[in-house]
Design a protein around this ligand. Sequence first.
Ligand code: SOE
Length: 382
Amino acid sequence: MSKKKLNVGIIGYGFMGRTHANAFRKVSNFFESGHVPVLKAACGRDQAKLKAYADKWGWESTESDWRAIINRSDIDVVDICTPNDSHAEIAIAAARAGKMVMCEKPLSLNGPQGEEMVREIEKAGVANMVWYNYRRVPAVTLAKQIIESGKLGRIFHYRAKFLQDWTINADLPQGGAGLWRLDAAAAGSGVTGDLLAHCIDTAVWLNGSLDTVSAMTETFVKERVHSATGKKEKVGIDDACTFMGRFSNGSLATFESTRYARGHKALYTLEINGENASIAWDLHDLHRLQFFDYKDEGRFRGWRSIHVTDSDHPYMGNWWVPGLQIGYEHTFVHQVADFLQGLDTGKFASPTFRDALETQYICDAVLESAATGSWVNVPKVS
Ligand code: SOE
């Protein structure tokens, strides 16, 4: 079968620029599709760093202005790996130019901006996707399959945490490479948009919509030097956020995220308790799914640890041989594989911009609840 080339133009070359480039390079070695990504052009502001990135990952050309990527007739898909405050402008311009768009999470700075992105992308009718990669950890996808099979029965609880400790040092500036996550103007919010957005995306995918939330946030370091001005400025992001809520299926939600959990670098955990069974997953042991089935014979009942490496486990038949595990970077390969399959079948892979808008609404509701001290209903995506 002759394959169609999918010319990618990536904007941004940081941490996510590397995960995406790696995925575009590897996907066709492991997953069958009628489309093959070509690393056509990379764009960034620091030309020395951009060139080093492009050479290392095999991008054919470079551009210093994202508009040049969008205007190039040889680019099919624009991949946005820039800080959150530029997602909307780039995605909307790309959609208007008829390009497909892949956008790093979170979709936007807030719900209203996300709505505009959804409107524009759907008007353009182009393929679109947001990189919520943790859905594509095989063990998490297996959790989805188990839930859909009905094994858990009625769901009572959904619990998730995303814990880090990298911003405890009060001397860390806000703004600049990597540290834009501490600058509210660039990031939109702190742990809510950066980390809880992952937990929320997975939760909505596994357990359905959240109707209402009650949250508290804290900013432990109130002022940090801004790298743009060199002056101490107020910190506008949430360093920690804890919220509870109710899902539409009647189950209760408890979520926590912080960058002040000393000893934890990136500990994303989730647990779901149902009437008949429970599921638990931990990013530090990402190839395992913990499963407890009350229907097991009493004497043998207990938590089982499923090593998700068999060829009948999600995605795993495309990798090595049973028993050999994969890791974090592969979740991005899976995301591209699903995007390509979406192009093959004409059914865009999830989460689309529209899917990701729901996460945005929940983040907004969480932040509003923390600010007002009251329960907030989450608007439905219309
Ligand atoms: C923040 O430290 C961060 O890199 C997030 O931005 C990513 O989305 C998350 O996957 C890991 O942590």
